[in-house]
Design a protein around this ligand. Structure first.
Ligand code: DAH
Length: 357
């Protein structure tokens, strides 16, 4: 038994791979292994002999098994050390300045808006860009023949011949994320949903793909007053001004009642936009109190809950804040444009560190 022990302990110590270890395991303590065969001999021994040999064999088996396990771990550690040695990378190398990229204004503004609303307790929610007709329209209180459907210049996907289900759409706004978020999280809820939206439209201020940010706040006693305060705080923080006057203009959206479009006081003196002063008004978003039908579509009981929603064009407020005249250039991938309007990659906007520096 001592010979057996010395033999296997030695072999295990010198094994160079996991598969070699496995071979040794089979050879020693596998079903037909040397030690297992010895254990079968126990049956032929006298009770006295068995009393001595049995425990010793068991102890030997355990010793071999733990030697195997320890060696296996050591091999794995070595492999890891070897990888750490060979895959080493010097991350302190400076970037090559001529290849430095920039952050696109849409990404920058999305981060800015998110930072502002996060500070007011809004979490980010997402939904798919290819959306069912129900989420994009019906759930938002826009039934089949509502004129809003035609106004949206919707892109429809193709259904196979004979498939009568309504086609999916490229979402025309971020509002369907309201429904998905309510279904997923219930009330109370406070979310913003930034993302891509699509409409068949193309001129200085319209591209077939653009970006919106949706806001939704539902609780027991949320009113228009809360909406007004939240939007004022947002506009002041976003345009980085101390005071700003907002104008709530009565409007109509199927998914809110009452509805308001929001304008900010501004001036265009000398061709540049100044927010918060002057005699002009600039429309920046649509909003209102969420319609009971919309709450119901999100499985939220309108007898217990109420709240506000708003929707805003990210590209549009980016153009306003950073004085970018043509929306189409946003998506031309022209390096000169990107270098001119882009932002430094490591300047992540925060309320404390500054939004746009
Ligand atoms: N979905 C609207 C649009 O695409 C924007 C909007 C208006 C969103 C009012 C809202 C809202 O949540 O309450 O033009």
């Amino acid at each position: 038994m001592d010979n057996l022990r010395d033999k296997y302990i030695d072999l295990i110590a010198n094994a160079g791979s996991e598969s070699a270890l496995e071979d040794l395991r089979v050879q020693a303590i596998g079903k037909k292994g040397e030690i297992s065969l010895q254990m079968r001999e126990l049956g032929r021994m006298t009770p006295e002999e068995r009393q001595v040999a049995g425990p010793r064999l068991n102890a030997l088996k355990d010793e071999i098994a733990s030697a195997l396990a320890a060696k296996k771990e050591a091999l794995a550690d070595n492999a890891l050390d070897e990888r750490l040695r060979s895959e080493w990378l010097d991350v302190t190398l400076p970037v090559r300045p001529r290849r430095q990229g920039t952050i696109h204004p849409v990404s920058q503004v999305t981060e800015e808006v998110t930072a502002i609303f996060a500070d007011m307790g809004f979490a980010v929610a997402e939904g798919p860009q290819i959306e069912s007709d129900w989420y994009n329209f019906d759930a938002l209180n826009i039934p089949g023949h509502h004129p809003a459907r035609a106004e949206m210049d919707t892109f429809y996907t193709h259904r196979a011949e004979g498939d009568d289900r309504p086609p999916h759409v490229l979402r025309t706004h971020t509002s369907p994320v309201q429904i998905r978020a309510m279904q997923d999280q219930g009330a109370p809820i406070r979310i913003i949903a930034p993302g891509r939206v699509y409409r068949a439209d193309y001129d200085m201020t319209h591209t077939p793909m653009f970006h919106q940010i949706e806001g939704l706040a539902i609780d027991k006693d949320i009113s228009m007053a809360n909406l007004k305060w939240v939007l004022e705080e947002f506009v002041k923080a976003f345009f980085e001004v101390d005071d700003v006057e907002l104008r709530f203009r009565a409007s109509h959206f199927p998914f809110t009642e009452p509805s308001a479009e929001v304008d900010i006081r501004c001036s265009w003196e000398g061709g540049t936009l100044k927010v918060g002063e002057g005699d002009d008004w600039l429309e920046i978003l649509g909003s209102g109190m969420v319609h009971p039908n919309v709450l119901r579509a999100g499985n939220v009981d309108p007898d217990n809950w109420q709240g506000f929603a708003f929707g805003m064009g990210i590209d549009r407020i980016a153009m306003l804040k950073y004085g970018i005249p043509d929306l189409r250039a946003f998506f031309d991938s022209d390096l000169r444009w990107l270098r001119h309007y882009g932002f430094a990659a490591l300047d992540v906007p925060t309320l404390r560190g500054g939004l746009s520096r």
